[in-house]
Ligand binder design. Structure first.
Ligand code: ADP
Ligand code: MG
Length: 237
């Protein structure tokens, strides 16, 4: 198991954001954390990332006890909804950034960045500024940048949430295709049932700080664990 979350709880003051959450995510799987807004999805993702620490419980990443490790020692890559690109750097330099600060040799950086830009079909935009890209292209750049340092785990928080429906659908397909190509263990947060059902190998349904069900899209549909899952996945009225 690549990501092993055991008995994680988190409070903000008196408010219980996560209560005794346990989830196992196999290496190479594309997993969605799905649930209504305010349920604790981002908090759980941030705890996996090391951007937040649990009050109780443990986080394992690839057999390593990461519970107390800072983000930079966990081997994780991130993509967020509002991607913070370096505005004054070209697309190429943005993708190269993580490799450059790690002092990787120049020719290795060039090779790797070329590979990644080809992977997300942005070769012809390498010398542009992020502001000259469309929203969808910018998130593809964000994906390439997160993958540049070859993370053990890729974490995405509502990565396509800010974009319009057509681009969002396109990016879902991108995420699925990229994942099938690089097989990096991936966890993405979404409140969009359709997005989770379409893209994920497995879905963790989270509501009010608890795991309601973990299963494949088919399992969730065929055997919803309770009324909440049934209602949440049910037809929109
Ligand atoms: P989701 O991503 O599922 O929408 P979050 O994990 O962002 O949910 O938030 C879960 C709950 O915890 C929300 O009610 C939110 O207001 C609260 N929360 C999250 N982060 C903090 C924080 N740093 N301080 C106080 N409350 C927080
Ligand atoms: Mg969130």
């Amino acid at each position: 198991m690549s990501i092993e979350i055991t008995g994680v709880s988190k409070r903000f003051g008196d408010f219980v954001a996560l209560e005794d959450v346990s989830v196992s995510i196999p290496t190479g799987q594309l997993t969605a954390l799905l649930g209504p807004s305010g349920g604790g999805k981002s908090t759980l993702l941030r705890i996996i990332a090391g951007l937040e620490y649990a009050d109780t419980g443990t986080v394992g990443i690839e057999g390593l006890d990461a519970t107390a490790l800072p983000a930079r020692k966990r081997g994780v890559g991130f993509v967020f909804q509002h991607y913070a690109a370096f505005k004054h750097l070209s697309v190429r330099r943005n993708v190269a950034f993580g490799l450059e600060i790690r002092k990787r040799p120049k020719d290795e950086v060039r090779r790797r960045v070329d590979e990644l830009l080809a992977l997300v079909h942005l070769e012809q935009f390498a010398d542009r500024l992020p502001s000259q890209l469309s929203g969808g292209q910018r998130q593809r750049m964000a994906l390439a940048r997160a993958l540049a340092v070859e993370p053990k785990v890729l974490l995405l928080d509502e990565p396509f949430g800010a974009l319009d429906a057509k681009v969002r659908k396109e990016l879902r397909e991108w995420l699925r295709r990229l994942h099938d190509e690089v097989h990096v263990t991936t966890v993405f947060v979404t409140h969009d049932q359709e997005e989770a059902l379409e893209v994920a190998d497995e879905i963790v349904v989270i509501n009010e700080g608890r795991v309601e069900q973990i299963g494949t899209p088919d399992q969730l549909y065929d055997e919803p664990a309770n009324d909440f899952v049934m209602r949440f996945l049910g037809p929109v009225t």
